[in-house]
Design a protein around this ligand. Sequence first.
Ligand code: HEM
Length: 420
Amino acid sequence: MATMPADRSPDSTLALLRAGYRFVSERCERYGSDVFQTRILLTPTICLRGRPAAELFYDNDRFQRDTAMPLRVQRTLTGRGGVQGLDGPEHDDRKAMFMSIMTPTAIRQLGQLFDDEWRTRITAWEGAGPVSLYDELGRLLTRVVCAWAGVPLPTSQVERRATELHAMIEAPAAIGPRHWRGRLARYRAQHWLTDLVERTRVGSAPAPAGSALAVIAEHRDRAGRLLPRRIAAVELLNVLRPVVAVDQYIAFAALALHDHPAWRERVRDDDEATEHFVQEVRRYYPFFPLAAARVRRSFDWQGHHFPKGRRVLLDLYGTNHHPAIWPQPELFRPERFAGRRVDPFELIPQGGGDHWAGHRCAGEWLTIDLMKRAVTNLTAAMRYDVPVQDLALDLHRMPALPPLGLTVTNVRRAPDLRPA
Ligand code: HEM
């Protein structure tokens, strides 16, 4: 049996926080191995990256999710009792509920609402001073996803709910006030949605048929039971929160258009070029760094022993930047996707494997659709300037956005665009 390379330090949690997205890759390069062991939060942990590692990690016979996610992530980002921590038939049942929401028609409807809202907002941006795309799109997506999901949201509440959803997304890897803001935001948002689920069930807040609210509030498990209200609220937040999080990818797409201006022309009116551009944004820019699981039962792989119960982290960012899959991974080159069939374990910013049978992101198609529409809106629906600002990405921070969330000025409606 080969000896698995190991970190010497008794605990690497601080090193992980310091190195951020590069933590696993730096060590893999140092050890000459895509597998090594370390201790995170005082717990023995195996870290993996690369395509074969992703294929291993998404094998449900070898890994489980129960108790894998650190509590600080559950208390902020994901909530407790949701689909992310389920295994086996319980997971399959809950995941089928999510996938039933993601029909092509529903994705198109969300996209249409998004485009309409974006084109309406251009008028407000035209008269405004600097516009932070991240903040502005956070509010826009909050309005749009609530309308789409059947969740009533008075205009006076948009700012508050958008701030809560952002706080949850920004909290898991943070220390201090940013982390506590995320916990408080989750508490408040869950309270709001638990109450809404209850009112939907008793008929005082009816949900449109087929909406996420209706599907989740009425979902029955294999034994015919409704989900407990609190869990239904967690799952509804598993739709609202990540749709709002697409604003990060849109800010990254705007940054990529700024850094690679030749692509502005190429993506305008060219669906294939837009698709390649969006895939490269998802590959290149940092989003979720890692996915966590536990070894279900002991096994050996590539000469290394994986003991039962051991926590395993798959480096999503490092796999998207692995030179064996992506030549010159540090270059932003959308054309790398031309004529390339990407298999389910190579491009994994939203997890790998199968959407139904595994933990791959339920909202991946929806994310890609919104991003493509955003790229079209940024290039064909409006003109704007990007003033001098700090555009550096901080790979030690999650989210690793530019400090001002990418600010644009002098927004104008494109001359050939009809008012919304
Ligand atoms: C903003 C862009 C998004 C990113 C970067 C992202 C990323 C991810 C990642 C990394 C996972 C976990 C994969 C794993 O555990 O192996 C995941 C799971 C999930 N995502 Fe997303 N996601 C995004 C958008 C969305 C959207 C728009 C939705 C729903 C509308 C969504 C719903 C979910 C759900 C329900 C799961 C849990 C799946 C399961 O455990 O079976 N995500 N996502």
